[in-house]
Write a protein that binds this ligand. Structure first.
Ligand code: SF4
Ligand code: SF4
Length: 167
């Protein structure tokens, strides 16, 4: 599959992910990341969208930019081609254990997988705590309401480096 035959998914409600979860309450406190089911793993993603920002790597350090993947919808911070993202975007990374532990770190500091892997709990604004997908937006953690641009508008990523404290 290539860029010419991808399909943009219909918009869906982010809240749908948190309805009828049918998972053990506070499963993230009872299991290691390696023991989670696929459903539990997916629920841990807070939907912040920050892993879809382009980064530069220089001398072993990662620099985040405010230029997001062209397939990220900045209105809801969700991927518009989630089901076939790896076929379409060659450098879209699967968020697995290996990615979480990779150095230098390229996931944002607030990423739930990273926090749990470092022995921390989920933050109070996480949708699994609040029951609301929108709480990540209301807490100012997601990309929504931030000055972001699509990578399709970018010529030189060095002009877009940001040092937001939650990256
Ligand atoms: S940074 Fe982590 S929590 Fe945020 S969207 Fe990416 S995988 Fe999900
Ligand atoms: S294709 Fe990958 S990097 Fe792009 S928006 Fe989707 S999940 Fe993010």
């Amino acid at each position: 599959m290539n860029k010419e035959n991808y399909r943009i998914q219909k918009a869906y409600s982010p809240q749908a992910r948190f309805k009828n979860q049918n998972v053990e309450p506070e499963f993230w406190k009872k299991k290691k990341l390696e023991e989670l089911s696929k459903k539990e793993w997916e629920l841990l993603c807070d939907g912040c969208g920050k892993c879809c920002l382009n980064k530069l790597e220089c001398k072993g350090k990662i620099y985040f930019t405010n230029a997001h993947c062209r397939f990220l919808n900045p209105k809801n911070c969700l991927c518009r081609i989630y089901q076939n993202r790896f076929d379409v975007v060659k450098d879209c990374r699967d968020i697995d254990i290996k990615a979480i532990r990779e150095k230098p770190r390229w996931l944002p500091k607030t990423c739930a997988y990273l926090l749990l892997d470092n022995g921390q709990d989920l933050p109070s604004w996480h949708p699994l705590i609040t029951g609301k997908a929108s709480s990540v937006i209301e807490a100012g953690i997601s990309l929504k309401h931030r000055p972001v641009v699509s990578e399709s508008e970018v010529e030189d990523y060095e002009d877009y480096i940001v040092d937001w404290e939650d990256l």
